[in-house]
Ligand binder design. Structure first.
Ligand code: NAD
Ligand code: DAU
Length: 340
C-alpha cells in the first residue's frame, strides 16, 4: 500500500507521517511538499533515509510534476494536508490561498482519477462552518451545518470541500473529507496561537492577544487528529464528511494565562492588540459521527496535552530557534539534495 501525504513537512502532515510509519510500518509513504515558509524538512530528518519513505519537493498545483509523481509512485491513497493554513496571512494576501487550497486540490484529484486511487482524503477544517455565538453553548457544528465562511482562508477550504464532493458525484472519485477543530502539539509553526505564546513567553516578549481574548476555540491534540484520519481512510464511508473534535472549548485568554502559569512567567506579558478582521467568535465540533461510526474518541486530555506541548517546545529549542532565525531554510537545501 502506498500513501501519498501532501503537506507532510508541515505541522499536522509531519505528525501524520510519523503516525503512519509507526502504526503501518509495511506501508510506503510518499510525501509531496512545496516547502513554503511553513514547511520544514528538518522535522522529517529522522525518516528521510527510511526505505519505506520518499520525500519529493513540489507544488500540488504543478500539474506536470503531480502527474509524473503519480505515474511513478502509483499511490493507493492520497491524504491532502497541503495548504496555506494561516488566517492572518489570508487576510493580508488571499491569492496564494486560492491557488494552493483550491487549484492544488483539483490537480491532485485529477491525478487521482487518472491513476484510479482507492481513496482521496481531503483534510479540511471546522472553519468552513463559520462561527457560533458565544452565548449559545448548546450549539455545535455537525456535518450538516451549512458552509458559511468568514476569511479568505476558510473560503478557500470550503471551495476545495465543494470541489471534492463534486468530483465524487461527477466522476465517482472515492473521496472522504474530515473537518477538524484547532490542533496543538509538537512541530506547530510559531505563528499560531499556542506555539507563538510559548515562544514569546520563553523570550520574555509581549504576548499579543487579539481583542479581549474572549474568542473560543475547540482544541485537539494533533495525534488524536492523525488517529482519526487513519480510521477514516481505512474504514470511513466514501462520499462522507467527518467532523473531528474533542469537546474541549477554551477562551484564548485562558490558554494564554495557562501557558504563562506553566512557564512561571508574569501575566504582565499579555498585550491586548487590535482584533483580527472578521474574527470568528466560537468554534465547537460535534464529533458524534466519528464516535458512532468509527469508534473514535480523543485520547489526550487538554491538561496533559498542553503540558506535553510546552515540554516539547522547551526540549526542542533548536527546532523553533532555527525557524525564528530563518536558518531552517538554509539547512533545507542540503536535506532536499539528500532526497534526490
Ligand atoms: P501548515 O501550514 O503547518 O503546513 C502546511 C504544509 O503544506 C507545509 O509543509 C507547506 O510547505 C505545504 N504546502 C503549502 N503549499 C503547498 C503547495 N502548493 N504544494 C505542496 N505543499 C504545500 O498547516 P497545518 O496546520 O499542518 O495544516 C494542515 C492541513 O490541516 C491544512 O489543510 C489545514 O487547512 C488543515 N487543518 C489545520 C488545523 C490546525 O489547527 N492547524 C485544523 C484543522 C484543519
Ligand atoms: O479551527 C481550525 C483552524 O485552526 C485551522 O483550519 C487553521 O489552519 C488554524 O490556523 C487554526 O485557525 P485559528 O485562526 O483558530 O488559529 P490561530 O492559532 O491563528 O488563532 C487561534 C485564536 O487565537 C484565534 O481566535 C486568534 C487568536 N490569536 C492568534 C494569534 C496568532 C491571538 O489572539 N493572537 C495571536 O497572535
Amino acid at each position: 500500500m502506498t500513501v501519498l501525504v501532501t503537506g507532510g513537512a508541515g505541522f499536522i502532515g509531519s505528525n501524520f507521517v510519523f503516525h503512519m510509519m509507526k502504526e503501518h510500518p509495511e506501508y510506503r509513504i510518499v510525501c509531496l511538499d512545496a516547502l513554503t515558509y511553513a514547511g520544514n524538512l528538518s522535522t522529517l530528518e529522522g525518516v528521510l533515509d527510511d526505505r519505506n519513505f520518499r520525500f519529493v519537493k513540489g507544488d500540488i498545483a504543478d500539474r506536470d510534476l503531480v502527474y509524473s509523481l503519480f505515474d511513478e509512485d502509483r499511490p493507493d491513497v492520497v491524504v491532502n494536508f497541503a495548504a496555506e493554513s494561516h488566517v492572518d496571512r489570508s487576510i493580508e494576501d488571499p491569492e496564494v490561498f486560492l491557488r494552493t487550497n483550491i487549484i492544488g486540490t483539483s490537480v491532485l484529484m485529477d491525478a487521482s482519477r487518472r491513476c484510479c486511487v482507492k481513496r482521496f482524503h481531503q483534510v479540511s477544517t471546522d472553519e468552513v462552518y463559520g462561527d457560533l455565538p458565544l452565548d449559545r453553548p448548546d450549539l455545535f457544528f455537525t456535518e450538516d451545518t451549512p458552509l458559511h465562511t468568514s476569511s479568505p482562508y476558510s473560503s478557500s477550504k470550503a471551495g476545495a470541500d465543494l470541489l471534492v464532493l463534486a468530483y465524487h458525484r461527477t466522476y465517482g472519485l472515492p473521496v472522504t473529507i474530515s473537518r477538524c477543530s484547532n490542533n496543538y502539539g509538537p512541530y506547530q509553526f510559531p505563528e499560531k496561537l499556542i506555539p507563538l505564546m510559548i515562544i514569546n513567553a520563553l523570550s520574555d516578549r509581549p504576548l499579543p492577544v487579539y481583542g479581549k481574548g474572549e474568542n473560543v476555540r475547540d482544541w485537539l491534540y494533533v495525534e488524536d487528529h492523525c488517529r482519526a484520519i487513519d480510521l477514516i481512510i481505512h474504514h470511513g464511508r466514501v462520499g462522507e464528511v467527518y467532523n473531528i473534535g474533542g469537546h474541549n472549548e477554551m477562551k484564548n485568554i485562558d490558554i494564554v494565562r495557562l501557558i504563562l502559569r506553566e512557564l512561571g512567567k508574569p501575566e504582565s506579558l499579555i498585550t491586548h492588540v487590535a482584533d483580527r478582521k472578521g474574527h470568528d467568535l466560537r468554534y465547537a465540533i460535534d464529533p458524534a459521527k466519528m464516535h458512532g461510526e468509527l469508534g473514535w474518541l480523543p485520547e489526550t486530555r487538554f491538561r496533559d496535552g498542553i503540558v506535553k506541548t510546552i515540554r516539547w517546545y522547551l526540549d526542542n529549542e533548536n527546532w523553533w530557534k532555527d525557524i525564528v532565525s530563518g536558518h531552517y531554510k538554509i539547512v533545507e537545501q542540503g536535506l532536499v539534495e539528500r532526497c534526490r
